[in-house]
Design a protein around this ligand. Structure first.
Ligand SMILES: Cc1cc2nc3c(=O)[nH]c(=O)nc-3n(C[C@H](O)[C@H](O)[C@H](O)COP(=O)(O)O)c2cc1C
Length: 337
């Protein structure tokens, strides 16, 4: 049996244990990306929260993905509390109406939504940044868990725990299959995840540096140009951190947090709300303003040096993972000829 066949590939009906996580912070994870990942043998999630102001656009995006692929795809529902209950109800109705093949939840406890989620009858994976949140979601009935470490781009959690620690811990604590993410971009990452007991590698930043991702070319180029140690960990003062590429905006935010704490930060964020450079509105990810917006890429950007078509990214991951496995099988080190 192929080592790439796991409970997660079975659950989602995909060829390779590779998941593209839902991404927002502007328009990032669209039909083009999800379809490309699906066509290349993985599964990609489109983030519903991207169309927070015009949820009809989620329907258009689902129609588009169905035109682009007959492979599985998913919708991510990031459970931010500031979005009203009616909005979430609408999203779940859309998922049901279009028979979306898979659901990902993240960011908050899914508890209030469990009956609605279960009524959809589709595979449900919940993403957690803390092991205890993953355990809770599994107890609530999630079919699978993604655990992410603080290396990740986006909202990596206030614990600042490493993927190499929370990954195996999560696997040991639940019976359902676990995807592991935060800091992966290649075949060595896929094998590392399998070695930790994970059943799929989970990635975001790598797929932002793809031809199919709709973010601005100058922003994609930031991934290619950045070093692994050039990200900042923002918003710790309000307990909801974001990892983002270091730029003028992140440095300004850190300065305010250090000098004025949570109160100063909230004032600053409110003063920038609605402006294209603020976090949460239409963002720099799409306008290409590389200095005045929060661009939430992960540390792994420091290992990515090319913007590639998704098919090539996926093929490279699989062939590199095969090569690593073959070498390990004959007890050879990765660099051995
Ligand atoms: C630009 C960007 C935006 C993201 N936005 C979200 C989001 O809105 N909701 C969510 O659950 N995860 C979000 N994430 C997290 C990703 O789904 C994934 O967990 C993360 O990218 C994995 O770590 P990596 O970047 O090291 O691969 C975002 C990640 C990135 C890079």
């Amino acid at each position: 049996m192929s080592l790439f066949k796991t409970r997660l590939t079975e659950m989602f009906g995909i060829e390779y244990p590779i998941i593209q996580g839902g991404m927002a912070a502007g328009i990032v994870s669209t039909a083009e990306l999800a379809a490309a990942v699906g066509n290349a043998g993985g599964i990609g999630f489109m983030c519903a929260v991207q169309w927070i102001d015009d949820i009809d656009k989620l329907e258009d995006e689902i129609k588009k993905v169905k035109d682009l692929t007959d492979k599985p795809y998913g919708i991510n529902v990031t459970l931010f509390t500031e979005v009203g209950k009616a909005w979430f109800e609408r999203v779940f109705d859309i998922i049901e109406k279009y028979k979306v093949p898979a659901l990902e939840t993240s960011a908050r406890s899914p508890e209030p939504w469990v009956p609605r989620i279960k009524s959809l009858g589709i595979p449900w994976i919940h993403k957690a940044a803390r092991v205890r949140d993953g355990v809770k979601a599994a107890k609530l009935g999630a079919d699978a868990i993604t655990i992410i470490g603080s290396e990740e781009g986006g909202h990596p959690g206030a614990e600042r725990s490493a993927t190499s620690v929370v990954g195996p811990l999560m696997v040991d604590k639940v019976d359902v299959p676990v995807a592991i993410g935060g800091g992966f971009c290649d075949g060595r990452g896929l094998v590392a995840v399998l070695a930790m007991g994970g059943e799929a590698v989970y990635m975001g930043t790598r797929f932002c540096a793809s031809k199919e991702c709709v973010i601005h070319p100058d922003v994609k180029q930031m991934i290619v140009d950045m070093q692994y140690n050039e990200t900042d960990y923002l918003f710790m003062s309000i307990g909801d951190p974001v990892r983002a590429v270091r730029n003028q905006r992140t440095q300004k935010i850190l300065e305010i947090e250090q000098k004025e704490g949570a109160e100063g930060l909230m004032k600053f964020m409110a003063s920038t709300k609605g402006d294209k450079h603020s976090f949460g509105g239409p963002t720099a990810m799409n306008t290409g303003d590389t200095q005045e917006g929060v661009i939430p890429f992960g540390m792994v950007g420091g290992r990515i040096d090319k913007i590639l078509p998704v098919k090539e990214i996926m093929d490279n991951i699989v062939s590199e993972a095969d090569e690593v496995l073959n070498k390990l099988a004959v007890r050879k080190y990765w660099k051995a000829k």
